[in-house]
Ligand binder design. Structure first.
Ligand code: NAD
Length: 284
């Protein structure tokens, strides 16, 4: 079974909304899975897109070439950067600004999992996951906030000065014992996101999270490639199927647009009902 990266036909069939025209969006980890779908969905709304990748240049090029097929997409650039490193993040912003002049939307999507039971987890694996999944969000948000405040509201393109979107997970609320580093990074992200909203909404900056449930990507291919594991995963999803990256892309492009203007400081769960505790449907 192969991951269906993106159904370009979906966007080809739709009338373009152009809700993000003249806006620039940076998406981290956009060489695969959810990041790639988010980059494509933003472009389908007319945005210029900065496609960040860590090591999969070919994947980043694939995202860019899909975007090229869209009639109304803005321009794209591809930038390599390790988002857990401050110097790399600074270079990413610099390249985006030099190319497009403004940055209007930032999607902090890059994330990893290194799993182990807590009593066996190595400190370096704890630190690595926290650094890629959470510290990177602080580094990116810091630069994005400075950029958004400096730019102010560009009334001809959006009613907000900037939109920051964190890619969280249902594990910002569902504990995950065999993956405590991952769950802690996503739980911490919720507090970072809300603190940003609390402090910077007055500048007309919006900061929200998207919390995907089980979305078919490389990060969880060990599960969906195994029929038995997939069956037991379905038991955790009231909708009884895994999501696809486009489900997240569509929510992200809407969340970046003025259609969701008054949403600030919240997490949107896109999970087929996973956070509704399906195990309790028959009295637990
Ligand atoms: P994925 O493995 O396809 O994507 C992760 C991306 O992050 C990859 O492109 C990878 O190269 C990039 N990345 C990793 N380390 C990086 C670094 N240091 N600098 C820059 N980029 C880096 O998996 P995905 O499912 O598309 O995951 C994307 C995000 O969605 C992650 O934050 C993940 O936690 C979150 N998420 C995924 C699911 C799911 O079911 N797939 C569920 C909840 C949350």
């Amino acid at each position: 079974m192969e991951v269906k990266l993106f159904s370009i036909e979906l966007y080809m069939k739709q009338e373009p909304n152009n809700r993000l025209i003249k806006q620039t969006c940076i998406v981290t980890g956009a060489s695969s899975g959810i990041g790639s779908a988010v980059a494509i969905a933003m472009a389908a709304e007319g945005a210029n897109v900065v496609i960040n990748y860590h090591s999969d240049k070919e994947g980043a090029e694939k995202t860019a070439s899909t975007i090229d097929k869209l009639s109304n997409a803005g321009s794209t650039i591809i930038v390599q950067a390790d988002v857990s490193k401050e110097k790399d993040v600074e270079r990413l912003f610099k390249k985006a600004k030099t190319q497009f002049g403004t940055i209007d939307i930032f999607v902090a999507n890059a994330g990893i999992q290194i799993d182990a039971p807590i009593h066996e987890m190595k400190l370096e694996d704890w630190e690595k996951v926290l650094s890629v999944n959470l510290t990177s969000h602080f580094l990116c948000a810091k630069l994005a906030l400075n950029t958004f405040m400096e730019q102010g509201v560009r009334t001809d393109v959006s009613r907000s000065a900037g939109k920051f979107i964190h890619m969280s997970s249902v594990h910002e609320v569902i504990p995950w014992s065999g993956h405590a580093n991952y769950a802690a990074s996503k739980g911490g992200m919720a507090m970072l996101m809300q603190s940003i909203c609390q402090g910077y909404a007055k500048y007309k900056i919006r900061c929200n999270s998207i919390a995907p449930g089980a979305i078919k990507t490389d990060i969880n291919k060990e599960v969906w490639q195994d029929e038995e594991k997939l069956k037991s995963l379905h038991k955790l999803i009231p909708y009884e199927e895994m999501g696809v990256p486009e489900h997240i892309g569509n929510v992200a492009s809407w969340l970046a647009s003025d259609a969701s203007e008054y949403i600030n400081g919240t997490t949107i769960f896109v999970d087929g009902g996973m956070t509704c505790y399906p195990g309790f449907s028959m009295n637990g």
